[in-house]
Design a protein around this ligand. Structure first.
Ligand code: ADP
Length: 365
């Protein structure tokens, strides 16, 4: 029967997800040189097939000039959006089986975080990032399973700026509002403990709904910012997809949740130069990114205490980090020479949060 087919499919997917080494995976993506940037002098010297990469630091000499980093996967400059998504898809599918999943984009401003998550251009599906592909898949798979499980999908979009959470789907000024009727879910206790009680949860049924919402969210994100790019690189944006499925035979309910997080730029701001608002922003970003790193590395090391309470970001994501949740972090590398300092600190951060760190370090010795 179709129900058994779904069960079997779930079992296969579950195994696939279980196979992923550890609960935390790290993928590194190197963005290409952009038009007008000096070509040929990439700091990424070598990318191996097993998730190894070698970085060349022209500022150092001898054995300090080269360093090998190891992750679950490393994607070079010619890897397409489609290929990136192919290695993300098993996690997305597991959301429909009731898993909680967090996907992060980490890296300095301009390293390709938004490119990976959203893509450069919404009008061509070919360049769509993980966000849209994930939602397209969720709708597609839920239709395939419609004979045995009835799914509902809800979306939330928030921004965390200076440790303040802002709902991007509450429109101020425009006509679009999404009040939820009592039949819709907005109650914390009902759905995976949503930690942002005041953020609208909007029901969506197709990718077009999602595209519309993203536009609204992006418009709202711009409100109050001097320049969109400036603001968006200094805030974390979190797109959350909640899935509720009712199994038609048994009437049992399953819930899954997917967080797609475009993090604030990880670059260090020169303390002697930043003042006022800029310094405050920088301090909030540094603190929240290191809080995230602490939480993920505590989880990777199976530490008994996970310090969720040290930042808004980790509080908001608490229920989807750890436990049976799956975490994937895309770390982004800008290959230009003048980015070498940030590149190395990005890779060190990634190494710290990676659950394969010990194994990789040992096998290198
Ligand atoms: P971030 O979000 O980290 O600040 P962006 O995603 O905005 O960085 O990327 C910076 C620039 O580089 C953009 O013009 C983007 O289109 C381009 N870019 C990033 N990654 C890629 C890639 N893999 N292929 C082609 N262009 C890219």
């Amino acid at each position: 029967s179709s129900y058994h087919k779904v069960l079997e499919e779930n079992r296969l997917l579950y195994n696939q997800v279980q196979d992923l080494k550890g609960a935390i995976r790290v993928y590194c993506r190197v963005r290409p040189f952009l038009p007008g940037q000096s070509n040929g002098h990439s700091t990424v010297d070598y990318i191996g097939e097993n998730g190894d990469m070698m970085i060349v630091n022209p500022l150092k000499h001898g054995k300090d000039a080269r360093r090998v980093f190891s992750f679950n996967k490393v994607f070079g400059t010619s890897v397409t959006q489609e290929q990136i998504y192919a290695d993300t898809q098993p996690l997305i599918r597991s959301v429909l089986d009731g898993f909680n999943v967090c996907i992060f984009a980490y890296g300095q401003t301009g390293s390709g975080k938004t490119y990976t998550m959203s893509g450069p251009d919404l009008t061509t599906e070919e360049t769509w990032g993980v966000n849209y592909r994930a939602l397209r898949d969720l709708f597609h798979i839920s239709k395939e399973r419609a004979g045995s499980i009835k799914y509902e999908v809800f979306v939330q979009m928030i921004e965390i700026y200076n440790e303040q959470v802002r709902d991007l789907l509450v429109s101020d000024g425009s006509n679009r509002r999404y009040p939820l009727s009592s039949s819709n879910i907005r109650n914390n206790s009902q759905l995976n403990g949503i930690n942002v009680p005041d953020a609208f949860l909007v029901p969506v049924t197709c990718t077009q709904d999602v595209l519309d919402l993203m536009r609204t969210g992006q418009k709202n994100r711009a409100v109050g910012a001097t320049a969109l790019n400036e603001r968006s690189s200094r805030s974390h944006s979190v797109l959350t997809v909640h899935v509720r499925g009712r199994e038609l035979v048994s009437n049992s309910i399953l819930r899954g949740c997917l967080h797609l997080v475009d993090l604030a730029g990880s670059e260090r701001v020169d303390k002697s130069e930043a003042v006022g608002e800029r310094l405050k922003e920088a301090q909030h970003i540094n603190r929240s990114l290191s809080a995230l790193g602490d939480v993920i590395s505590a989880l990777a090391q199976k530490s008994p205490h996970i310090p969720y309470r040290n930042s808004k970001l980790t509080q908001v994501l608490q229920d989807s980090l750890g436990g049976h949740a799956k975490t994937l972090m895309f770390v982004h590398i800008n290959p230009e020479l003048n980015a070498i300092g940030e590149t190395i600190s990005t890779l060190k951060f990634a190494e710290r949060v990676s659950s394969i760190e010990l194994g990789a370090a040992q096998s290198n010795k």
